[in-house]
Design a binder for this molecule. Structure first.
Ligand code: AMP
Length: 309
């Protein structure tokens, strides 16, 4: 058993608008959020991504400082970094994508560094399913766990490839809207069952501030969202969630539904930090002690004794 975690995803520039303010171009991308979340755990985490010449070296330094392995990150000097801008509505649970500039992503031929070809866990972050499949195909040993994420952008135009990928993963993590879009089922229980029938043994459905559900066979576990006084920017919450979830699992000797129950609490705690500041700031500054305290808050929030006579 090794503690290697391979993460595929975007390293991006984002521009975000929420009811509390607007950012200029800031650091974003799912691999960035996942990597920063994973850096709080004892794993060897390698990122696979692509960036343009405009990607500032201070951000690469930040990721290196967090002990993330960047051998799988390619920089094309002549190209521009992937750019995404989004606007959140008043409830902060829904957002509209204002612009997606794929830029350098259209030139992406991922290459898994030899060190990570036997990674115990592979996390295929939200990206073109062709690229997600390509990375999976380059693994020399079948990972103990393959986890995937996706979003509406890819569901709408890459459905066939996406279905091929879904059939090959152990865990799919998506939000409620995407689960409904993928399965055409309104009931999330039915949607999860339909997804499991396609291949994954585990389905995670994220419900924004309302928490997340974990499905496995007939078992269901749920975590609430932590009621927070201040939420500034939900960007990256899903990625921080799955980054924390996955990195915790890499540390476990056995990976089953039981360990995943703990992992989704940890993922939720991680996400609860991300939303409290714009961009990646909260994850960058988080200490392990603060994370532990917040996991305790989740426990207190849901723990109760009941005796029915
Ligand atoms: P989340 O809020 O967790 O769903 O993820 C937000 C991050 O996803 C942002 O930092 C974006 O840069 C990135 N992103 C947005 N659209 C895409 C896309 N189509 N493919 C990959 N990453 C994306």
């Amino acid at each position: 058993m090794n503690n290697k975690l391979l993460v595929l995803g975007t390293m991006a520039y984002d521009a975000i608008e929420t009811p509390f303010g607007k950012t200029g171009r800031i650091l974003g991308g799912c691999a960035t959020y996942i990597g920063l979340a994973a850096s709080h755990f004892k794993t060897q985490c390698g990122l696979i991504s692509i960036i343009g010449g405009d990607f500032e070296s201070k951000y690469l330094d930040l990721l290196k400082e967090k002990k993330l392995d960047l051998k799988g990150v390619v920089q094309l000097k002549e190209e521009k970094t992937f750019f995404w801008s989004g606007k959140y509505h008043n409830d902060l649970n829904t957002r509209t994508t204002l612009e997606t500039q794929l830029n350098v992503l259209t030139k992406f031929n991922p290459e898994v560094p030899s060190k990570f070809k036997d990674a115990r866990v592979v996390l295929l972050g939200n990206l073109d399913p062709n690229i997600q499949l390509e990375v999976l195909n380059q693994m020399t040993t079948r990972p103990d766990l393959v986890i995937m994420d996706t979003m509406n952008f890819w569901i709408e135009s890459y459905r066939e490839k996406l279905d091929q990928l879904i059939a090959r993963v152990d865990v799919i993590s998506i939000n409620d809207e995407e689960a409904r879009q993928l399965t055409q089922k309104y009931s999330l229980v039915e949607a999860a069952q339909e997804l499991m029938a396609q291949g994954p043994r585990y389905v995670i459905i994220k419900k924004g501030e309302h928490g997340a559900l974990l499905f496995h066979g007939n078992d269901i576990f749920c975590t609430p969202g932590l009621p927070l006084e201040e939420v500034f920017d939900p960007t990256g919450a899903g990625d921080s969630f799955i980054g924390g979830f996955t990195a915790f699992l890499v540390q476990q000797e056995k990976i089953s539904f039981e360990e995943m129950k703990t992992a989704i609490i940890i993922g939720s705690a991680m996400a609860s930090f991300t939303v409290q500041e714009f961009g990646t700031k909260a994850l960058e500054n988080l200490s392990y002690g603060e994370l532990v305290k917040r996991v305790q808050s989740f426990k207190s929030l849901t723990e109760f004794e009941i005796e029915l006579i």
